[in-house]
Ligand binder design. Sequence first.
Ligand code: ADP
Length: 241
Amino acid sequence: MTRRVAFVTGGGRGIGAATARRLAAAGVAVVVADRDLDAARAVAAAVDGLAVRVDVSRPDEVDAAVDEAVAWGGGLHFAYNNAGVPGVRAELGVYPDEVFWRVQRVNVGGVFACMRAELRHMLAAGGGSIVNAASGAGVGGVAGAGAYVASKHAVIGLTRTAAVEYASRGVRVNAVAPGLVRTAMVDGLEDFEAAHPIGRAATPEEVAEAVWWLLDGGSSFVTGAVVPVDGGLTAQIPGLS
Ligand code: ADP
């Protein structure tokens, strides 16, 4: 059997890196794409994959990176469009224009450009599976995070649309919606962590496991789904729990 190939954006750290490792453990050849080439190289070296530098907010760079992935791997079966930025913490009344649009260009424009490039190859080869990085912030508002919230709602819209457009042509498109994930960033977010009914943040590996399930054939009838990986965060009615 030919080795299956995955393209992972933002693969240099966090959830993307954990997903690259999870895919490699399943025998998938992984292309680790990140705007931080050193970080991508470190992960790629550990999984015997390919590191590619890309800024996902630049469609020309995305097209070139996906072409490079396909040339290296001989095809493209899986993609996890995970690269993203949080923006700044500010209420909408004073949210800076420049940051707002930067967040949309990376988080929404990146997913759009990546899916467009990936779909070209997947459709030519008769199928594939794509997972996009949404968030609990894609299904509800978060005070002080308007740009990020808007971008993740848009990622869910793109995911559902792509799922509907390509379901009959062998490409499934889904999203994961993590709550808080335990990274270096978590320090100082103890209250947010406690708000998860499970009582803690996720590990990057717990999100990677869900991504792998959505990518692989075990989820063959799942498309257009937004899978919460949030310890019950978005399932609860706040104040009643
Ligand atoms: P998470 O906790 O969601 O995994 P991180 O901030 O730890 O988030 O990782 C996000 C990754 O996405 C980083 O490796 C970062 O370099 C990458 N990234 C951010 N913006 C871009 C971009 N425009 N193009 C490509 N990669 C990006």
